[in-house]
Each structure stands twice: as C-alpha cells, then as structure tokens.
Design a protein around this ligand. Structure first.
Ligand SMILES: Cc1cc2nc3c(=O)[nH]c(=O)nc-3n(C[C@H](O)[C@H](O)[C@H](O)COP(=O)(O)O)c2cc1C
Length: 358
C-alpha cells in the first residue's frame, strides 16, 4: 500500500485537514496546579503543528471532574486565557487544534475535588486501582451514584466548557467517551448498573452521551464536534458484557447528529474481526483510527476505507515533525516513558525534529 494516501487532504465535518497524520490526545500533566495551561504547553503543541489535526490532551470541564494533578481544565477564566495562548501558537505555526473535553467521574479522589467531595459516577461501583494525589498513591473510593436530577448540571458543565473552548480559539472539540472516564462509565455496563432511563440497554446507556453531544453541538455546530470511544480498552477497570453489540449501538446513536468524526481506539495489530468498520457504517461519517498504528497499517486502514485519518499517540509525543518523518521514511526518536506524566521541559519540548539531528 502506497503511503502517500496519508498526505492527501481530508475534510472532517467542518474542518479541512492538509494531511491524515493526526496527533492523539496525550495527558502530560504540565499545567499549573489549578489546571491553567502554561507557555511550555503552548510550545509543545506549536512544535507539533504539522499534524493534520492536533487533538489536545484530556481537559476537564468541572472542578468536580478532575482526575490527575497538573492536568488542564476548561472551567475558569485563567483556563480560557492559557488555552488562548496555545491555540494562537498553533495557528501561527499553520496548525489546527481541537480540545478533548472530559469529566473523570469515578477516576478521581476526594483530595482532588472541592470540599473533599466524593467522585461521581453512574453507579456506586468502586474501580480497582489507585490514583495519584498530592499525598501519594491512594485507592479509588466508592463513587456517588448521580441522581437523575443531578445529570443536567453535568451536561451543562460540558456545554459551558465547549463555549469556553470556542472563546479560547480552538477549531473544535472532541468529547472524551473513551478510556473509562465519566461518559464511558455511562456507556459500559461494568460501570453503569442503573435501572432508570440512563442504564440497562445499550440505547439507554447511550443517553448521557447523546445529551452531552446535543449540548455541545448547540454551541459549536455538529461539524466541529467529534467523539472518542474505546470499545475494548480495559483501562480504568472498564468492561462491557457485549462490546461488539454495545458499541455498534453507540455508533448508531451518533449518526443523526452529522458530527465531524468518530474516533475509535482499536489496536492496529488486531486484524481479524475488526469492529471499527461496523461502527463506521452505523455512524455514517468520517472515522479516525488509533491504537499502535505505523505508516503501513495507517495507509492500509485508510486504503481499505476503515478510516479517513489515523491518530498517533506515542509516536507524536516523541516526534514533533511526525508527518515529515513518515512521509520521508525517516527514523523516529525513541520515546522516554519516564517523562510521559508530569515534570517540565525535559521529555516534553526537547525531542528534536529530524532537521535538527542531521
Ligand atoms: C502518555 C499518554 C497519555 C495519554 N492521554 C490520553 C488522553 O488525555 N486522552 C485520551 O483519550 N487518550 C490518552 N492516551 C491514549 C492515546 O491517545 C492513544 O490512544 C494511545 O497512546 C494509543 O495510540 P498510539 O499507539 O498511537 O500511541 C494517552 C496515552 C499516553 C501514552
């Protein structure tokens, strides 16, 4: 398969992209302690502006939705101002950038939340595992099961954050419905044990997602809103009794909105029985693939019609000029996992472009 297909322009909803090598959202925990993006973050994304599209890291819509220390937010004035410096830097460098809006739900801890609040979730199901707090590693707690009357308030927080992302100069937003955070907690039945209108059948588990999508679309227009899902990812103690059927329903539930894209994490190495093509068919719009793709697998996925574009996570983390590297079959920098989460400039803005090596 000729890899030139990666460098053909593509339209995702209302956004024109010059190539199909996208930057996947990557939490790096370099924001100020109140979630305000810094100049360092602006520099990091500016260096990666040759991506067809940058999908910026998970950004929480509420002080009650925090998951990680020094992860960014989108709910107070300083967040808007910090993100504006980021989007301006990316645009000056010729790039495009979406904000990935999220709420952690149960993947949090009282010490991360205002007034030591109990984290919220669709059901009072405690996830296995630990969270890093300012006083060290702590087990997750049993979350507070959202009452029906509380849900509209959370949806409104997504809408307010979507508005703030627009004011901050983003080109669109991606809703984080993957990897075990609040929206995904509603989607998968390991975490959602509700028996009301928000739980039970896959259609009902999709209700919270549909409400959030509707609210965010009313701010942005559908052509500037994407959704990310991870049907098989067990991260954050997630499970579903029938992911193939459930995620087919979830993809179909989004079809009527006319969204910019559906972003599906499904490991590239898993070649048999792929779910992404079925989700694409039911969704009926552009798809972004992600999960361990290299040039060959990315070109094959686009060539076979599984996806319009591919998001690269770790390869983009370590290679600010990833599209040029893939286009020229150039060697890649080696990622340093010890600097993935937290810290400063090292392992963040000091990965060289190829032109700086030769
Ligand atoms: C350091 C790191 C941080 C990540 N942060 C996020 C995130 O904020 N939001 C998200 O949806 N996925 C996140 N992911 C998952 C990546 O977006 C991506 O799905 C994963 O790395 C697989 O793609 P890759 O093989 O191209 O790296 C993260 C992954 C890594 C390694």
């Amino acid at each position: 398969m000729n890899h030139n297909v990666l460098f053909e322009p593509v339209r995702l909803g209302g956004v024109e992209l010059p190539n199909r090598v996208l930057m996947a959202p990557l939490t790096r925990q370099r924001a100020a302690s109140d979630g305000t993006p810094t100049e360092l973050i602006a520099k990091h994304y500016e260096q990666r502006a040759s991506a067809g599209l940058i999908i910026a890291e998970m950004t929480v819509v509420s002080p009650f939705g925090r998951a990680y220390l020094n992860a960014p937010g989108m709910y107070q004035d300083s967040h808007r101002e910090g993100w504006r410096r980021v989007t301006e830097a990316v645009h000056r460098a010729g790039g495009r950038i979406f904000s990935q809006l999220a709420h952690a739900g149960r993947i949090s801890h009282p010490s991360l939340l205002p007034r030591n609040a109990t984290p919220m979730a669709p059901s009072a199901v405690r996830p296995a595992g630990h969270v890093y707090t300012s006083s060290g590693k702590q087990p997750y707690v049993t979350p507070h099961a959202l009452e029906v009357g509380e849900i509209a308030g959370v949806v409104a927080e997504f809408a307010a954050a979507a508005r703030m992302a627009k004011d901050a100069g983003f080109d669109g937003v991606e809703l984080h419905a993957a990897n075990g955070y609040l929206i995904d907690q509603f989607l998968r039945d390991g975490a959602n044990q509700r028996t009301d209108a928000y739980g039970g059948s896959a259609e009902k588990r999709a209700r919270f997602l549909r409400e959030v999508v509707q609210a965010v679309v009313s701010v942005w227009g559908a052509g500037h809103v994407g959704v990310r899902m991870s049907p098989f990812n067990p991260f954050n103690d997630m499970s579903d009794s029938n992911p193939r059927e459930s995620f087919a329903v979830f993809a179909g539930a989004l079809s009527a909105f006319g969204l910019a894209y559906l972003h599906v994490i499904e490991p590239a190495g898993q070649s048999e029985g792929r779910l992404t093509p079925r989700m694409r068919e039911l969704f009926g719009g552009p798809v972004i693939g992600n999960g361990g793709f290299d040039t060959k697998a990315a070109a094959a996925a686009i060539g076979s019609g599984e996806a319009e574009a591919i998001a690269f996570g770790v390869p983009f983390l370590a290679n600010p000029d990833l599209p040029a590297r893939l286009a020229g079959n150039l060697p890649l920098n080696t990622p340093d996992s010890s600097t993935f989460y937290g810290g400063g400039a090292r392992g963040y803005i000091d990965y060289p472009a190829y032109s700086q090596i030769v």
